[in-house]
Design a protein around this ligand. Structure first.
Ligand SMILES: [Zn+2]
Length: 315
């Protein structure tokens, strides 16, 4: 591995943090961290953790910067986590999605950072779906550099990111490169199967519009030819204006949306308000921004597919 020299410097950086009182020794109570002989991978949020675990197998240890139940968009890092970024062999993150992680990588990531935003071209934030100018959403466009970060919700793009991650892990740990490549290939097979299930399952539906609380599903709707009507913008915490709420209600009526979706980590309040107004039901779509309580990326995506098929009356 080529990490030896920089590692010493980074350990010094960590020591400096320790001296500054930001860390206590061994504060990491088993929540990841390094094991001798294994590649220490830090993933910024759940789908990247999933990839790293699947592809890394038992030659890596993976820790996730976004804790279960936390919403990753507005993640803040504590000093211990900044130390994790500084000490990792590989940091897997998505630039433009979590400003705190971008900053930590910039300051401490060095050449060990792997940015999945650079793997496949990202969609423009405003691309696809409905084309109205989203009131009060100017903030997000800036944050993401005008790009939609939710790339993991297209299984084929996730497979491509997986292949690149395998290459990156192989560079950090050449002795196990063949294993990374093989596991990425196996995961690609599973993701391709999932993609086929989506394409088949959503081919013939009564409706193709989905009303979602935040516009996390742009890659998914683009791939399977659905149309996303987002209540708030690309980040879940943005408060939709009354004008926007009225527009969404009108569109929901127009498209006879029987279901308004809300998300696992976001309050259902706004979705419920619109659902009540247009006489629709609510249902949960999981954008996989946090680790699922049960199952994994693949099983949650299959649950989402069933939810979509029911809501859209697919045959
Ligand atoms: Zn999101």
């Amino acid at each position: 591995m080529t990490v030896r020299a920089p590692r010493r410097v980074l350990t010094a950086a960590t020591a400096a943090l320790l001296a500054a009182g930001g860390l206590t020794a061994c504060a990491d109570g088993g929540g990841g961290g390094s094991e001798p002989g294994k590649v220490d991978v830090v993933a910024a949020f759940y789908p990247l953790q999933f990839l790293a675990e699947r592809i890394g197998g038992d030659t890596v240890t993976v820790s996730n910067l976004t804790k279960p139940g936390a919403e990753p968009h507005d993640l803040e890092l504590n000093p211990r986590q900044v130390g994790q970024v500084a000490d990792a062999d590989v940091v897997v993150y998505l630039s433009g999605f979590q400003p705190a992680v971008d900053e930590a990588v910039e300051q401490n990531g060095g050449d060990r950072a792997f940015d999945v935003a650079g793997v496949t071209p990202l969609r423009d934030a405003a691309a696809g779906g409905h084309d109205h100018d989203h009131e009060g959403e100017a903030g997000h466009a800036e944050e993401g550099g005008g790009k939609d970060p939710h790339v993991w919700l297209d299984p084929t793009r996730l497979a491509t990111i997986g292949d690149k991650l395998a290459e990156r892990l192989g560079k950090a740990d050449p002795d196990h490169a063949a294993g990374y490549t093989a596991r990425a290939g196996a995961l690609r097979t599973e993701l391709t199967k999932l993609d086929t299930e989506y394409a088949d399952g959503l081919r013939t539906c009564q409706r193709r519009e989905i009303v979602t609380s935040h516009t996390a599903f742009g890659y998914l709707t683009e791939r399977y030819k659905l149309e996303q009507i987002g209540i708030s913008g690309l980040t879940p915490e943005s408060e939709p204006s009354p004008k926007r709420l009225a527009e969404v209600a009108e569109e929901a009526r127009e498209h006879q949306a029987g279901t308004i979706f809300f998300e696992t980590l976001v309050s259902p309040k706004v979705a419920e308000t619109i659902a009540r107004e247009v006489g629709a039901k609510t249902a949960v779509l999981d954008p996989l921004e946090g680790p699922p309580a049960d199952g994994d990326y693949l099983s949650v995506m299959r649950t989402n597919l069933q939810t979509l098929r029911t809501a859209l009356d697919c045959s």
